[in-house]
Design a protein around this ligand. Structure first.
Ligand code: ZN
Length: 285
């Protein structure tokens, strides 16, 4: 099942790229927004097996918002691919996964314009994002996927000067400028994927591929991440988990390379789709 946020309304995607508006088709039982769907995810899944006939909704990419538009928490994981940890000059983690947040105000739909902060070094990080479907606290790894509604694509856009400034790196602020957490284009349930733990992912800047990896390389795969995180925090329906990025970020290149005004970033994950952002200079920059 694919579930999209079209102008704030939950829409089930059909094979012909049209959609079924959830509130209308369910007679008001589910929807209209996405968050109420996650709050009753098990009931929604059961209904969505056989949605009532409803006229198809035609929509454009510009109407798509993030598949979970108002999560209580956005959890993000650093250094979760050995190749990326190495290019960043850090040891690969053991014990608890390195965890920070992208503040919810940075959340955006898939195809947005992003303002580059004046004087900043803005970098790309394509990531598989898990959307939580059941409240998770002290969940065993074997039970963790059952607490995930589905997956989508995220860009963990990162302004490296702010991220690495100060006596100790403080990731959250430098990764939370407006639109620095574009997510989408829709949620895909794990049963739609050939192998939910091995998906090709990558991104390209103006057509040049800069990241190209597979999620089987994750040090903490989705199930282990959800389990480990749930030993400390409670994960709520609709929460997002950015799972980390493979090698190829601009900071790890020689010479370093960062996003410039006018460039376009396209990100993809096998079985989900793609999203694209364009970058513009800050006013007065
Ligand atoms: Zn990241």
């Amino acid at each position: 099942m694919k579930l999209a946020n079209v102008d704030g309304r939950a829409v089930l995607l059909t094979a012909d790229d049209k959609g079924i508006e959830v509130e209308t088709a369910s007679g008001g039982e589910f929807g209209p927004g996405l968050m109420s769907v996650y709050e009753n995810w098990d009931g929604f899944r059961a209904w969505a097996e056989q949605p009532s006939a409803a006229p198809g909704v035609v929509f454009t990419r510009g109407q798509l918002g993030p598949p979970s538009p108002a999560p209580r928490q956005i959890v993000a994981i650093g250094l979760n691919y050995a190749t990326h940890a190495a290019e960043s000059g850090f040891a690969a983690p053991d014990g608890l996964p390195p965890t920070f947040t992208k503040f919810v105000s940075a959340l955006a739909g898939p195809d947005v314009e992003v303002v580059l902060p004046a004087g900043g070094d803005v970098d790309w990080e394509v990531e598989l994002v898990a959307v939580i479907g059941r409240t998770a606290s002290h969940v065993a790894e074997s039970e963790a996927w059952a607490h995930v509604a589905g997956v989508t694509i995220g860009q963990d856009l990162s302004e490296r000067i702010a991220q690495l400034a100060g006596p100790a790196p403080q990731f959250s602020l430098g990764k939370s400028y407006p639109n620095f957490a574009p997510v989408g284009p829709w949620l895909v349930t794990p049963d739609e994927l050939a192998d939910r733990d091995d998906l090709a992912l990558g991104c390209a800047v103006d057509g040049e591929t800069v990241q190209d990896g597979r999620t089987r390389e994750l040090i903490f795969p989705v199930a282990r991440l959800v389990s480990e995180l749930s030993r400390v925090i409670t994960l709520f329906p609709g929460d997002l988990v950015f799972t980390g990025t493979p090698a190829g970020v601009g900071l790890g290149r020689t010479p370093k390379r960062f996003l410039r005004a006018g460039e376009q970033l396209v990100s993809w994950i096998e079985g989900i789709g793609e999203m694209r952002q364009t970058f513009v200079a800050a006013q007065g920059n």
